[in-house]
Design a protein around this ligand. Structure first.
Ligand code: WTA
Length: 651
């Protein structure tokens, strides 16, 4: 790969891989013309297209109109329809043979195994839904979920959905302060957590972190604690009156709990994600549209069948886990594999061992993981029988053609189609992707838009171009409906670049075959190992340290993580950039945001490069950090700052 990034390598990429014949012959969509016909229909007649799909699911009351655009960008889908996604993921399957098949096959990091059939899962969800009710949770209340990857996480999400409570899952790598911000932003009345969770042979003390997080959150009335890892030597403190053991609640709960008929546009969940300002955004997804969209994308993108074992390696704490571990696959009556821990515990073969052991057929992971596997070497996958695999997927960031080729040959044995799926927390489900039975793939391209997605590459003026900004010109059912408590920010962030067009914040290229090549973020959001982090969020954390006057955080290319963070901090008078300060700042970020957000490098300086109007010039900092020739410095208030910083960085 060329040193300075993906763009150049991709422009030269000319390899094309036709869908494999064996796969194609059984696929739902077997040729491009069929895809194109359906795609055209989905755009020209969304009412009938989406109406037909929605009709495959259960509705307590049918919708009046498929799409209402009167209040754009506050679009409404399946207007006045009443449904319940938990019902569609569970009850809908209980009258068929699906009742007795595995919904979730789970393996803990230490090696325990649990299998929940659709019947088991439905029963547990009903019981826990009743437990939530007994703790006073009502429709519309917000419930925070801070759990490791254990079946109770899926149960919690589905139990909230069943009674119309709004879940806000917080990835179990976030710090106490991040939890606190998220709990307060939407005033959660209940938090679901566990005493601990396993990660790389250690127990993360999740309950302890929650205790710290909510010590001054008056809104939280109850905490439910799943017993996963406590006991000697990991005791777990239980606060009388506020804290309740999950297993006790389940023991006492009735398994009779009807699903609440939800209006299509009632909120299903909030999921916080990073943006360009310091404050995380609570992305709102509603019931009907999200359900239909995740159902359909799972069905076609993974070409899922009843006998498949679908393993999406994401954490349910991120959107990928919401849509492709829980809602999409279960709405399709599929079997998912869920794994609690790290890919290199007890050794670097763990993922391949899981694939062999459970006969995984569909495997969906992230480029950052693929690059780590490549680095660990072929001897790990070679030890295991991967012949059960029939499709591979990737998501989270652009995949370098080299990593794509490795995935294709070493894991897919040149037999499995690869679906490189572009989408976001905001889009609810997959937006640009090959359909595996019919779309020829090119390493590094997410290829063509999914049904109903009017994707384009536009310039600043909104004119179509071959390299510019990715844009979505029509509403789609899975789209976000807003940012919790901030309608203005919603309009400003996504709908103000061009009139009536959704702006995802990514750069993209479109080639002569109409294929999309996503080039990464164009705003101050970085993608570190597939985790979206707003640089402003980190900068506000740094300046909370008394020694730091100002800070600028940038993302630079990184072989394994895709991007890594570099922080430039200018210090206050009298403060010194010592090793101790470095350690303190690293701890501060771990504490404020989470360990996964710690920067690769922190550079201390007496000042930062600024324009005369006082704006920090991040572009120049990027030049320094990537070793490029310094760009135009004439707008700088003091050009000598750059020379000093460059010298310091190289040192
Ligand atoms: C990036 C994850 C290139 C993109 C589902 C997007 C990708 C951000 C791809 C959303 C892909 C995701 N190719 N880039 N296949 N998939 N991205 O909200 O920059 O965590 O805007 O959602 O990840 O990240 P998020």
């Amino acid at each position: 790969m060329k040193k300075d990034g993906l763009l150049e390598t991709r422009l030269e990429e000319t390899r094309v891989f036709a869908p494999n014949d064996a796969f194609r012959s059984r696929a739902r969509i077997k040729n491009l013309s069929e895809y194109r016909r359906m795609y055209e229909e989905s755009l020209s007649n969304p009412e009938s297209f989406w109406g037909k799909i929605a009709g495959e699911l259960h509705w307590f009351k049918k919708w009046d109109t498929v799409l209402d655009e009167t209040n754009a960008p506050f679009f409404q889908w399946f207007v006045n329809g009443k449904t319940n996604i938990s019902y569609n993921c569970l009850d809908r399957h209980l009258d068929s043979a699906t009742r007795n098949k595995a919904a979730i096959i789970w393996e803990g990091e230490p090696g325990e195994r649990r299998v929940l059939t659709y019947w088991d899962l439905a029963r547990e969800v009903r019981k826990f839904a009743n437990s939530l009710k007994s703790l006073g949770v009502k429709k519309g209340d917000r419930v925070a979920i801070y759990l490791p990857m254990i079946p109770e996480l899926a149960v919690s999400v589905l139990a909230c959905a069943r009674i119309g409570a709004i879940h806000s899952v917080i990835f179990a790598g976030f710090s106490a302060e991040s939890i606190r911000d998220r709990v307060l932003d939407c005033s959660c009345s209940l938090v679901i957590t566990a005493d601990g969770g396993w990660r790389r042979g250690n127990v993360l003390p999740l309950k302890k972190i929650v205790d710290e997080a909510i010590s001054d959150c008056d809104c939280v009335k109850n905490v439910v604690v799943v017993k996963r890892a406590s006991g000697d030597p990991f005791p777990c403190r239980v606060k009388e009156g506020r804290d309740h053991w999950y297993h006790r609640l389940i023991e006492e709960a009735s398994s009779d709990c009807d699903a609440e008929p939800m209006d299509s546009e009632e909120t299903l969940f909030l999921l916080y994600t990073s943006g360009t300002t310091g404050k995380p955004k609570g992305i709102i997804h509603t019931t009907g549209g999200y359900m239909v969209y995740t159902y359909l994308t799972t069905k076609y993108v993974f070409d899922i069948r009843p006998e498949d074992v679908f393993w999406c390696t994401a954490d349910i704490g991120w959107i990928t886990g919401h849509s492709y571990i829980v809602y999409g696959p279960l709405a399709n009556g599929a079997t998912v594999l869920m794994y609690e821990g790290a890919p290199d515990t007890p050794d670097k073969g763990r993922f391949w061992e899981l694939i062999e052991k459970y006969g995984v057929t569909l495997f969906y992971t992230a480029p950052t993981a693929i690059r780590a596997f490549m680095k660990w070497g072929d001897r790990w996958p070679e030890k295991y029988d991967l012949s059960s695999l029939r499709l591979l997927g990737t998501v989270g960031e652009p995949i370098n053609p080299e990593a794509w080729m490795w995935y294709h040959t070493t894991i897919g044995k040149e037999r499995c189609p690869i679906v490189d799926t572009w989408w976001q927390t905001e889009t609810g489900g997959i937006m640009i992707t090959p359909l595996p039975g019919c779309v020829p793939t090119k390493p590094g391209s997410a290829t063509l838009p999914f049904f109903g997605i009017d994707a384009a590459v536009l310039d600043d003026e909104g004119k179509e171009t071959t390299a510019g900004f990715l844009a979505i010109r029509k509403p789609w059912p899975g789209m976000l409906r807003g940012i919790y408590g901030d309608a203005e920010r919603f309009k400003e962030t996504y709908w103000s670049k061009w009139p009536g067009v959704y702006f995802p914040g990514d750069g993209a290229r479109k080639d002569s075959d109409g294929y999309f090549w996503i080039l990464g973020r164009v705003d101050d959001v970085v993608n570190v190992a597939g985790h979206r982090i707003g640089t402003a969020e980190l900068e506000s954390a740094f300046v909370e340290h008394p020694a730091v006057a100002e800070s600028a955080v940038i993302g630079i290319p990184h072989d394994l993580k895709g991007q890594a963070l570099v922080a430039f901090c200018s210090l206050r008078e009298g403060a010194e950039g010592t090793e101790d300060l470095l350690a303190e700042l690293n701890d501060l970020i771990a504490k404020k945001i989470g360990k996964f957000a710690r920067p690769e490098k922190i550079i201390f300086s007496s000042e930062l490069p600024k324009t005369r109007s006082g704006k920090i010039m991040r572009r120049l900092l990027r030049d320094i950090a990537t070793g490029r020739a310094l760009g135009n410095v004439t707008t700088l208030a003091d050009a000598s700052v750059m020379e000093r910083l460059k010298a310091q960085y190289e040192e």
